[in-house]
Design a protein around this ligand. Sequence first.
Ligand code: GLA
Length: 877
Amino acid sequence: MITVNEKKFALQTANTTYAFEINETGHALHLYYGKKVRFADDLSDFGMIRQKREFITGNTIAYDQEHLALGMEDTCLEVSGPGKGDLRSPFAELTFADGSRTVDWIYDSHMVMRGAKVRKTLPGSYDIMTFEAGEGLLKKRAEEEIADVLRLSFLEKSYKVRLNITYLVYENTNVICRYADLVNEGEEDVIVNRLLSLQLDLPESGFEGIYFDGAWAREMHSYHVSLGHGMHVNRSNTGTSSNRANPFFMIAKPQTNEDAGECYAFNLIYSGNHMEIADANAYGKLRILSGMNDEGFEWLLKPGETLEAPEAVMSYSADGFNALSYNMHSFVRQHIVRGEWKEKDRPILLNSWEAAYFKFDEGKLLKLAKRAADAGIELFVMDDGWFGERDDDTKSLGDWEENTKKLPHGVKGLADKVNKMGLSFGLWVEPEMVNVNSELYKAHPDWVLANPKREHSEGRNQRILDLTRKEVREYVVESMRKVFGSANIEYVKWDMNRIFSDVFSQGEPAGGGLKNRQGEVAHRYVLGLYEIMAELTKRFPHILFEGCASGGNRFDLGILCYFPQIWGSDDTDPICRAEIQQGYSYGYPLECVSAHVSASPNHQTLRRTPMKTRFAVAGFGSLGYECNLSDFSKEQMDEVKDEITLYKQYRSVLQHGRFYRGGMGPLADRVAGGDGTSVLYNPTGYGNITEWTMVSEFGTKAVGMMLKKMVQPNTQNITYYPKGLEEENKYRFFNHELSYDIRDFGDLVNTVAPIHVKQDGLLIDILAKKIKLPAEKEEYVAYGSLLMNAGVALKQNFSGTGYNENVRYDQDFSGKLFFMEEDDGTVPVSEETVEEIRREVEEKEEPEETAAEEINTEEVPEEIAKATDNEGENSNE
Ligand code: GLA
């Protein structure tokens, strides 16, 4: 809701309020952003919260002779420029034709559109279609949606340049968006050195900033810095939003945790170079800025032209990070993700990359697909290596014709066969790139971002196509149109595997004047990319597109406007992934993060982890498998089938539910006990335990996960605290645990085995196939309030003093799932109970399957007996 009285403005969402006013000099003074407050109907109480000024602050600049008490340095503003006394980093920097660089924004007019129908074209670009009176109910209709919109228009005081700031109020998600556009209304060129999207001047600076940085294979690691003094910059200059510094960030009052405390979140709907500045000044005021990175940026704005900056997103929570994330998740779900896949369940896929890399042919892929179909997987994805002469990463990018040696029946032949197995089919492309060793490069060596006067610096042996050029964009659209139309393709993984270098266009950026426009290339590239994505997603509305850039090198809201999911990281190790996915979860809903179960030892870390852990972590994203199922044993395949059945059962909760992190949040290492959960069960360090809960929309079902990195000896008790349940609902709580592998107990098996079993011998392998140790069973019925507040005291942890079926065995890297279902009063029978009954029946039917304790030599089957004999012979014991 937007309330305006004269030049006072209050923007209200369900739980937040944002307020500012225009002062006597025409500057927009920021007054308040925080918990929802009630103002007088005429906003006359703004006077109480307005900062008082009688005399100028010493050694600062008085704005003008009529306002000697007004110093810009000590004032909270909605927009700022350099040169009039404000020493903080500015919102916009311009160079006028006479070389002057002072910028002073003075209010000119405003326009309010309640319940405006806005149609998004490019991210950050709106055509306001019509507007109607109303309360601004949020509704998304196809490409249209309704928001309350306020457009403020400023004129530069001495030069004819207009700055429009548009606020969009999304009431029920507690999000306010804001973007800027600059119009040259004069007769002379203006150079734009900086045009940002968001400025928020807070009157106090005692915040912690929480940012997400990383690198390839270790994206989204949160870190926090004190924003009390000086300037902190989070920025990307890779040409993409980058794995080095995600544009999403938060600020929080110290002591804020997952469930309590004041915090703000910010993001940018943009996929290129960006920067987020937190500038605390000498007067304890904190300026937050975000927008396009100005390093190397220079935009020539000719008379009559407009430059539009991307849209920024902000939200506030008085109740900690989980509530803040929920605002962001709801906003992304309702207003960012579009098209047919917006609310649809995402399919479980099998991706060929880590299963085969470049080394495959149709036969190998079909074998893999068959295994996938048998396991209940729904979509088969052929990754890199299917086109041109692509046997490694040095060639063929740009030549999007199938390799007929690998695929004698073409993409279509393969897709048809895969479809016949009951799977849908998808493939990998990297449309923005070209290898020098390709037909495309031979034909158009100038179509890349490169300066012909310099030796080019390559990344992954490839170059970036110059998407600022129309003919290049047309080629990309046309070549992809052919690929996507060549078979029944229902999914596309759109990759982008290098960062920018040698940024130089050999074409004619819009308006000509090559020499003066190179500072525009990085931004024009992103606009070109959006144009291509818009065109292809419009032409192929049924395709589920997945973004990827060497994993998470372009994980942002701009991409999510077109592609509903993004490959979170090339790192599929669940221990790394848990941290990465938790990082994403602060700003992005987890169904947008695709996550795969992969091989153990893992291909990026060589770490061995249990299958159940890999599944538990990947299950909290859009689930896929990326491993060679063709080599899996029957036992492993059974486990995969079991997981897939389970995931399908809970998919709607996991993909559309409300997500909660356990523990104390990213500021937790300030809290005694370290991991932010409890001193008792994690005495030694931050993040040893990860706890997640996903709750269905109406709170009737929930899935929990608890991941332990390292075993801490003699920590017998552990409590799982679900969150987000309905206090008054009764739930059946149960765990999903299959059984334990006796080999995990090593030599200890001999304490119960009637015959000696050599730890790494053949016998133990045979026994392990026959005998599984029943795992602990957790099953309770309790009210939501009890579950959430007292927690579930889980079975005693194995601590070296004894073991039976009521002991919980969590080895290093153990991840376990819990389920909560509203209890409707019928006798609770968990899957585990059913499984147990099934086992009992089977055991009765097959008497040779004996339990470990019952083994005696007379009853040992022949093959085991033989192995025992051999072991006995070879043994020195
Ligand atoms: C990137 C992606 C991987 C895979 C390879 C193929 O690294 O992130 O998932 O698709 O490219 O070359």
